[in-house]
Write a protein that binds this ligand. Structure first.
Ligand code: UTP
Length: 290
């Protein structure tokens, strides 16, 4: 019933776009990336969401709040009924809470900021810059796997050889259907360290005990280093408590420029308002490319 969305990273790979606008607020056609995440979580039955922010990310809070001036302006206006309802609905999607990660000490540290919020129950993590699209919400697929196996679940996909060093590599053995047992995870592997091309792509469901493991890990982090979430997940894997789930769906990486363009292009093609005209435009454009 609870999810954490870390959105306090610096977004250096998409600068200067992310200088004043958080990368989690970069849009895909007509909605910011983080709204897709909140909608996915809600569709998976999650009621309470904690977004981890930092200084300069206040617009995320504004986005999920009412905008009285805007709503008053749109209310009752002819031809604006639909957008009025849409704008109003964003503020009531879920119970959304915010906390600031006061130092950018890595994803593990960001998740640790959610300790009191989560309490003593399993929770989902949706990485703020990873948008997934699926008829069956990816978070729901992972929650079902968690219920079935009673173990932490990481959402994975195979990534091409040339990209695995930018992700993490998982040591896995088949379990059943899309589920695999995950024994070990190496973050940003060298070619010699690659165990498989399965990498975690932005969605995990974890037991609350990871907070104790993160707290312990934090004591060994040196100044300038990051606390990796993958380290505690690897620890779960080493004792047989982690499942890797090859989820059904597409994942867009809003943390890099090509990912942003792919997301916009593919979502635009399916968009009820502009899908057809965008397709016609693309067809013409492709012709000129030869
Ligand atoms: P990334 O490593 O992709 O984000 O973290 P980043 O650090 O912003 O990326 P670059 O390399 O500088 O471009 C995945 C998610 O975790 C959040 C990010 O906001 C992103 O949504 N994150 C990362 C935090 O909340 N806190 C951190 O300390 C690090």
């Amino acid at each position: 019933k609870k999810a954490i969305m870390p959105a306090a990273g610096l977004g250096t790979r998409v600068l200067p776009a992310s200088k004043a606008v958080p990368k989690e607020m970069l849009n895909i056609v007509d909605k910011p990336a983080i709204q897709y995440l909140v909608e996915e979580a809600v569709a998976a039955g999650i009621e309470d969401i904690l977004i981890i922010t930092n200084r300069g990310k206040g617009v995320i809070e504004d986005h999920f709040d009412h905008s009285f001036e805007l709503e008053a302006n749109l209310a009752g206006k002819k031809n604006k009924e639909k957008i009025y309802e849409e704008v109003k609905a964003v503020a009531t999607l879920a119970n959304i809470y915010f906390i600031r990660q006061k130092e950018t000490k890595g994803l593990g540290h960001a998740i640790l900021c959610g300790k009191s919020f989560v309490g003593d129950e399993p929770f989902a993590v949706l990485y703020g810059d990873d948008v997934t699209v699926s008829d069956d919400p990816v978070t729901a697929q992972l929650c079902r796997a968690y219920e079935k196996y009673g173990k932490g679940v990481v959402g994975v996909k195979e990534v091409p050889d040339e990209l695995i060093s930018m992700y993490c590599s998982l040591d896995v053995t088949p379990l059943e259907g899309r589920a695999m047992s995950c024994h070990k995870i190496i973050e940003k592997p060298t070619p010699e360290q690659v165990m498989s091309n399965y990498a975690i792509l932005g969605r995990v469901v974890l037991p609350p005990e990871v907070f104790g493991m993160l707290e312990k890990g934090l004591t060994t982090v040196k100044p300038g280093e990051e606390l990796y979430l993958t380290d505690v997940m690897s620890e779960l894997g080493a004792r047989g408590d982690l499942v890797a789930y090859d989820f059904d769906g597409i994942r867009y990486d809003m943390g890099n420029k090509l990912g942003i363009m792919k997301a916009n292009c593919e979502v635009a093609l399916k968009h009820p308002e502009i899908g057809e005209s965008f397709k016609a435009y693309l067809k013409e454009l492709v012709k000129t490319l030869g």
